[in-house]
Design a protein around this ligand. Sequence first.
Ligand code: FPP
Length: 241
Amino acid sequence: MIKKKSTPNHVAIIMDGNGRWALKNGKTRKAGHRAGSKNVMSIIEAACEEGIKYITLYAFSTENWKRPEDEKKALFNLLSEFYKKEIDRLIKNNILIKHIGDISKFPKQTQNIIRETEEKTSALSENTKITVIIALNYGTYDEVKRGLIKFYEDVKSDKIDISSIEETTILNYLDTKEIPNPDLLIRTSGEYRISNFLLLQIAYTELYFTDTLWPDFSKEEFTKAIDSYTKRERRYGGISS
Ligand code: FPP
């Protein structure tokens, strides 16, 4: 594996278009999500091959609760299936799994398997090849709400002194506190929105949009997105050096 000069350290993906893929292929939405789920491991592998250290995948947003019951159930089942099927491969390949978002509203069985996978792969932290962060019942507004409650508790119990607050203090109260901010954000399916995803963490992230629907987003397409990133100049509000 050759690490390109400016390979992104952290790539975040909004995996969009499962429903339209299903429509296009004369299948049910459930089948669309199944096809999307199948693609997840392949893109994780591609990220490993590119030398990327963190990948965050938006699998269920706080707004996705508005979907029909049977679709949500299918998504929870797919998640459980994914972890059950892939756990051995994740461990064998030193892939660490983490989650962001509030999973307490998920069915108990799904919560258990999510926690189990996180625990089993956390033993790998010494020798991690890539950290995969799955965003589940995640949305920035909810993340900030939970962070503010924690912050208030820390101020009340004198764990934090208001006068020592810095610009970046808020980052310590987010679900991503131990994770570097994304360098590249990809959204599939031709939608040009961020949809409540990592809004505070992507202040200086490069954005990449593609018309390809998530189940069709191949390793080659992923490499194309990384290549586009490597050609960009990041100035963080400064000027070219
Ligand atoms: C967006 O497509 C996709 C989702 C809301 C769910 C993403 C879930 C997966 C890819 C499968 C499970 C994930 C893992 C990590 C195993 P959409 O339904 O909004 O598509 P549409 O806009 O075309 O209707």
